[in-house]
Design a protein around this ligand. Structure first.
Ligand code: AP5
Ligand code: ZN
Length: 217
């Protein structure tokens, strides 16, 4: 299956992507995680991306599209994937369509995680992620690690993302409304969008998403 996850910052895309990718046995491709891995390795791409991310802006399409396509190539796009955080504007959505068309394949669904803004702010304020693997995500209240400050999965140190401070979060929400939301209409026109109410327990949201994909129990 080829799936795109959309939703505001803090909606739970990364959290859901980890479960969905495991259940569906497809690779989880997160452009945010790819940028963070480049930042921690100090690559030129990471250095460029960091200034945009810290300001809450989108990294330019020229950089992002190539990185996402390289990762899809590596994953063998025809075998399926779950995209988390890409595409994030109309230019990226069009580039993805062109890329998939070139391979004679298409998307199966776009899952739109719907969460009220006050909940998103709470989720981001409490988020702690693992220094060794940013796909290991916790929350100071909702999803506590067994030992404070330590990742349950790999023992890595948990920290708060540089772009999770209040001003940057406000900017990221603004960018979401102006640049990312229009892709929902773009995909509605292709009849690909399924809205998933994303309040409630993590497992409940996963179940709703699996049912929407026709893989419910
Ligand atoms: P990215 O890393 O993609 O961030 P984002 O879209 O802002 O989304 P988040 O990672 O903040 O949230 P999420 O929805 O994954 O929520 P999570 O599962 O962690 O992008 C970061 C930056 O990179 C961008 O601002 C941009 O600069 C750049 N970038 C990335 N992709 C780009 C692109 N395509 N083009 C250009 N630039 C790009 O959950 C949040 C918290 O809530 C966690 O603590 C979690 O434990 C908790 N939680 C999750 N689900 C629940 C639940 N059901 N109940 C209670 N708590 C929950
Ligand atoms: Zn970890």
């Amino acid at each position: 299956m080829r799936i795109v996850l959309v939703g505001p910052p803090g909606a739970g895309k990364g959290t859901q992507a980890a479960y969905l990718a495991r259940n569906l046995e497809i690779p989880h491709i997160s452009t945010g995680d790819l940028f963070r891995a480049n930042i921690s390795q100090g690559t030129p791409l990471g250095v460029e991306a960091k200034s945009y991310m810290d300001a809450g802006n989108l990294v330019p399409d020229s950089v992002t599209i190539r990185m996402a396509e390289d990762r899809m190539e590596q994953a063998d796009a025809a075998g399926g994937f779950l995209l988390d955080g890409f595409p994030r504007n109309l230019g990226q959505a069009e580039a993805l369509d062109t890329y998939l068309k070139g391979k004679g394949i298409s998307l199966d669904a776009v899952l739109d995680l719907e969460v009220p803004e006050d909940e998103v702010v709470k989720r981001i304020a409490g988020r702690r992620i693992c220094r060794k693997n940013s796909a290991h995500v916790f929350h100071a209240e909702y999803s506590k690690p067994k030992t404070e400050g330590v990742c349950d999965v790999c023992g890595g140190e948990l920290y708060q993302r540089d772009d999770d401070h209040e001003d940057t979060v406000r900017k990221r929400l603004e960018v979401y409304h102006s640049e990312t939301e229009p892709i929902i209409d773009y995909y509605k026109a292709q009849e690909l969008v399924v809205t998933i109410p994303a309040l409630g327990k993590v497992e409940e949201v996963t179940q709703r998403a699996m049912s929407a994909l026709g893989r419910g129990e």
